[in-house]
Write a protein that binds this ligand. Structure first.
Ligand code: NDP
Length: 246
């Protein structure tokens, strides 16, 4: 029995890393999956191919999450293809690291546009296609709570913004039976944060579990939140971080 059979998921940023793992996992659990990408068409199509080869339904759409119109168009295309949207996953994110005198206004504005505004816009657009029992899940970061190294000011700000946004949206959408949650990973081995970097050695020392997470370990929790058993969880920011914030 596939727990998400008959459901439709829309994932902002599903071509690589955590987003690709979420796409594969939700598809494995039975959902039809529409995923967006910006600059990795081949990787996005590869994720689609894997899902389709396994008997699932999937669609990749190019849409820059920093552009509200692109998000709206992609969500409308997904809803037209699969009939509606039951699960929205906001995963697209960027990491601009630098000391306060190094980061630029462009870094600031792009981080807010991709990591924060895209979540608001995605929710605004997706709920037009979402019925009772809908699920909204954003990938925040443990850095919303703990930022133990220099250079992460803008990134931490953007992920902290998701904490409040999630609470407010949960209040708006609770009466419609839609839950809104924020999954906050710790270090996960992806292109954004490779486990074999010098930076990674420093992070490992800050964790209760002394290793990087795998993208699948985030995807499994997202799948739980997307499923029927998680109907009483909303407005929450939930750590999956190997004890980074403990
Ligand atoms: P990656 O850099 O490995 O992948 C980022 C994904 O987001 C890609 O699919 C990319 O698409 C997409 N994306 C980026 N910018 C845009 C955009 N403007 N429009 C559409 N899609 C976009 O990152 P991770 O998988 O590591 O991170 C995913 C999320 O998890 C992010 O929100 C990140 O902040 C968060 N996170 C990651 C942690 C980690 O240690 N890895 C820890 C905590 C949180 P494309 O391939 O087309 O560029």
């Amino acid at each position: 029995q596939q727990v998400l059979a008959g459901k439709v998921a829309f994932i902002q940023g599903g071509s690589r890393g955590i987003g690709a793992a979420i796409a594969r996992r939700l598809a494995r659990d039975g959902a039809a999956v529409a995923l967006t990408y910006m600059s990795s068409p081949d990787k996005a199509q590869q994720v689609v191919k894997e899902i389709v080869d396994a008997g699932g339904r999937a669609l990749a759409i190019q849409a820059d999450s920093s552009t509200p119109d692109a998000i709206r168009t992609a969500i409308d295309q997904a809803a037209a293809t699969f009939g509606r949207i039951d699960i929205l996953v906001n995963n697209a994110g960027v990491l601009a690291l630098g000391a306060v005198d190094e980061l630029t206004m462009e870094d600031f504005d792009r981080t807010i546009a991709v990591n924060v505004r895209s979540v608001f816009v995605g929710v605004q657009q997706a709920v037009r296609h979402m019925g009772d029992g809908g699920r909204i899940i954003t990938i925040g970061s443990t850095n919303a709570d703990r930022m133990p190294f220099a250079g992460g000011s803008i990134y931490a700000m953007s992920k902290s913004a998701i904490v409040g946004l999630t609470k407010g949206l949960a209040r708006d959408l609770g009466p419609r039976g839609i839950t809104v949650n924020n999954v906050q990973p710790g270090p996960v081995d992806t292109d954004m944060n490779p486990a074999d970097s010098d930076f990674a050695d420093g992070l490992r020392g800050l964790m209760a579990i002394n290793r990087y997470g795998q993208a699948d370990e985030i995807a499994s929790f997202v799948a739980y939140l997307a499923g029927p058993e998680a109907a009483y969880i909303t407005g929450a920011s939930l750590m999956v971080d190997g004890g980074f914030s403990a």
